[in-house]
Design a binder for this molecule. Structure first.
Ligand code: C2O
Ligand code: CU
Length: 457
């Protein structure tokens, strides 16, 4: 299904308003409130459409921009004004386990009306994000996410530092959220709940005013439940980081972004409008336009970009953890263990809404996959034996990806997209003690069984 369908087929509604985040002064370590609550938002411009009932942090989608410096402490009082329990996960942060925000694993759900104080240091600079980690397939889809940016002294000088949070919403004809599709078993056993309406920073094809000839840092974040975006740049940029971590600089004109992944790209603007296109899902659709309407005063010098150190993978592995992923539509999973009982797939799907298994087991949300000694080098040896893409995310650590031929991909990630039939090893140093969730970030797949826990002593 393409992003735009039915009436939305005219994808380029004229000029939406600028959706630049206000770049506030760095939120220093003084505690700040962050309140999750109900809000309304016009997702499709035009009076013929209604506002959608969204769930939002501080009444905005995306939630407020959180900007810090490396080694700052985050101190946030989370207040839950939602009608159900919630929690906040700080995606990609090598966090203290108790602050990781996984409801039911690292903390109880924060009940409606209650508060929870998140307090933790930021060991790494880069582009991160925060989102609900309770009933995520519903709460994240309704808008509970926002950007978390960590700066440091080695950041390249740029004229504009722009966060672009890309999402696809599943909307009804009148522009409201398609409620009927939440929990659809069909979506859960296929590619997840895919949307039909593309937004960047909560707006439909926003235009962001920039200085002509500027050097720009784009911080792309995929906050969709299940959609893999393919983004095409109108002029080449330099990819400097993935999932927050530095990588060997690479010239790119296209970038694939799976759910939860981030990419940092430096672009020196050529003349004219700079239109980022979505090109993987039936389009092309214009996602966002950078419009050189501001006077080009005081532009930074376009000095060669400084290449940060990219940590090399460990040369030896201490423990191997096989992980056979099965299930989903058109898959080969016949039966699996669930609650200590071997059950046929039909019963699992129809009675328990479970459809995916790791090593023949379906965990009820959180089952233990491995117990590691502190500082062991672990290799999760994954075989995606399904017909579907899976964006596998490990909490609390970044990892290297080792391909079948033994070679490693450049850099480290916290989320990696496994294609159907792909085998790859996810190699990491277990240096962060606690119970860490490992799951598919296609949030319906997670709920339908694709989750496990790795314990680090
Ligand atoms: Cu974005 Cu469990 O994570
Ligand atoms: Cu998945």
């Amino acid at each position: 299904m393409s992003i735009t369908r039915r009436r939305f087929l005219q994808s380029s509604f004229a000029a939406a308003t600028a959706a630049c985040f206000p770049i506030s002064a760095w939120a220093r370590a003084e505690p700040r409130m962050l309140t999750a609550g109900l809000a309304s938002k016009r997702l499709i411009p035009g009076d013929e459409y209604r506002e959608a009932a969204v769930w939002a942090y501080d009444q905005t989608v995306p939630g407020p921009m959180l900007r810090y410096r490396k080694d700052d402490w985050v101190s946030i009082n989370f207040k839950n004004d939602l009608p159900e329990g919630s929690s906040i996960h700080w995606h990609g942060i090598r966090n203290l386990n108790g602050m990781d925000g996984v409801a039911g694993l690292t903390q109880p759900e924060v009940a409606p009306g209650a508060e929870f104080r998140y307090e933790f240091p930021l060991p790494d600079s880069g582009t991160y994000w925060y989102h609900s980690h309770a009933k995520t397939w519903s709460q994240v889809a309704r808008g509970l996410y926002g950007p978390l940016i960590v700066e440091d002294d080695m950041d390249p000088a740029v004229d504009h530092d722009l966060v672009l949070m890309i999402d696809d919403w599943l909307l009804a004809e009148d522009g409201t959220i398609d409620e009927a599709s939440f929990g659809s078993l069909h979506d859960w056993v296929h590619g997840g709940r895919l949307g039909n309406w593309l937004t960047v920073n909560g707006e439909s094809h926003p235009e962001i005013p920039v200085k002509a000839g500027a050097r720009i840092r784009l911080r792309l974040i995929n906050s969709a439940n299940a959609r893999v975006f393919g983004l095409t740049l109108p002029s080449a940029g330099t990819l400097i980081a993935e999932d927050g971590f530095p990588r060997t600089h690479q010239t790119v004109t296209e970038i694939t972004l799976a759910p939860a992944q981030r990419a940092d790209i430096i672009v020196d603007l050529p003349a004219g409008d700079w239109i980022l296109m979505e090109t993987r899902n039936g389009g092309p659709y214009p996602a966002v336009t950078l419009k050189p309407t501001e006077r080009p005063t005081d532009l930074v010098a376009k000095a060669p970009l400084f290449q940060r150190t990219v940590d090399l993978p460990p040369t030896q592995v201490d423990i191997e953890i096989p992980l056979h992923m099965q299930g989903g539509a058109m898959g080969n999973l016949r039966e699996a263990m669930y609650h200590g009982k071997l059950m046929p797939i039909r019963e699992l799907a129809q009675q328990h809404k479970k459809a995916w298994a790791f090593n023949g087991q379906i965990a009820d949300h959180h089952g233990e996959l491995a117990k590691l000694e502190r500082n062991q080098v672990a290799s999760i040896q994954i075989y995606n034996d399904t017909r579907w893409d899976h964006a596998m995310h490990l909490h609390g650590h970044h990892f290297w990806i080792q391909r079948e031929d033994g070679s490693y991909l450049d850099g480290q990630r916290d989320t990696y997209l496994f294609e159907p039939g792909e085998r790859a090893n996810l190699v990491f140093i277990a240096d962060n003690p606690g119970l860490w969730l490992f799951h598919c970030h296609m949030l319906e797949h997670h709920e339908a069984g694709m989750a496990a826990v790795i314990e680090v002593a």
